[in-house]
Design a protein around this ligand. Sequence first.
Ligand SMILES: Nc1ncnc2c1ncn2[C@@H]1O[C@H](COP(=O)(O)OP(=O)(O)OP(=O)(O)O)[C@@H](O)[C@H]1O
Ligand SMILES: [Mg+2]
Length: 313
Amino acid sequence: MDTPPAVRARGITKCFGDVVALDGIDLDVAQGQIHGLVGPNGAGKTTLLGLLLGLAVADGGTLEILGTPVGRSLAAPDAVAGFVDGPGLYPSLTAKQNLAALAVLRGRDARTAGIDDVLDQVGLADVADDRVRGFSLGMRQRLGLAAALLTKPRLLVLDEPSNGLDPAGKQHVHGVLTRLAADGTSVVLSSHRMDDLEALSSEVTIVTTGRVVFSGPLSKLAAENQELDYRIRTSDPDAARRLAADTTGVRVADDVGTRHDTEVLVVRALVPALDELVVRLVHAGIALRELAPVVSPLEAVFLALTEQQESSR
Ligand SMILES: Nc1ncnc2c1ncn2[C@@H]1O[C@H](COP(=O)(O)OP(=O)(O)OP(=O)(O)O)[C@@H](O)[C@H]1O
Ligand SMILES: [Mg+2]
């Protein structure tokens, strides 16, 4: 039998009074997939993640989690864990006591619940006996992840889990999520950090004002995207610049980028025109030393959407 998808949402709507937070959202998350949710402030990400966690009920549409239709009950299916708007923690208890309390609430024996293991996984073993009151934002986020891991979820739902994480913390969290996904756990996470999503997610859904404007693999996003700006460093910048100016579909955009660097050429092009330029450079005996988008495809799409939204206000 085929394994059911972790999430299958069709036409999900959710209103808060007059505010339409979700306006017909479709979402597909395969098992073992890390799915990134991205969108401007107020797009509806937290609202959607809250529905997946069973914290609220949709007004319309259908939602299936791990093959089970979610009815009108508020109870989160057992196999789903995570948090929205930051994890709920007891400030006067230590990290370990917080996790023990959670384990007991779920009817488990705190001694055998794997508390030390999850603290170690998120890099909090050294502060296990410190009170959460003194924890930084990043430490709280990591403890929230540890709490979610305790239940060994099949679907992990995390609202901006990288918020406040230092590079080491981020590495821990990325490692944890990647290992979980490799073991078949599905992860849906929102983030405002495009580099995080690009490092972690195989698929992304971009939401703006409660609607999906893109959903699919990051590679498809790059192909579908409008023209991007690319930095090009070659062995002969002047000749490269002349060739670029002479290549159909390529525009030299020197003013892009903040630092003036005559060695680097910045061009705006679609991928096929860029390919043509690279072929012409090599044919002309000019060595290509660096070629990279000025901003990533995901970031470019995100910025374009944000600008559209701002200008339509
Ligand atoms: N409990 C609520 N009561 C009233 N309006 C709400 C409530 N929760 C969300 N909204 C509204 O629904 C819309 C979507 O909000 P949501 O928090 O889901 O956005 P978001 O994408 O998570 O934004 P951010 O990036 O700022 O976290 C917003 O217009 C918000 O004001
Ligand atoms: Mg939010």
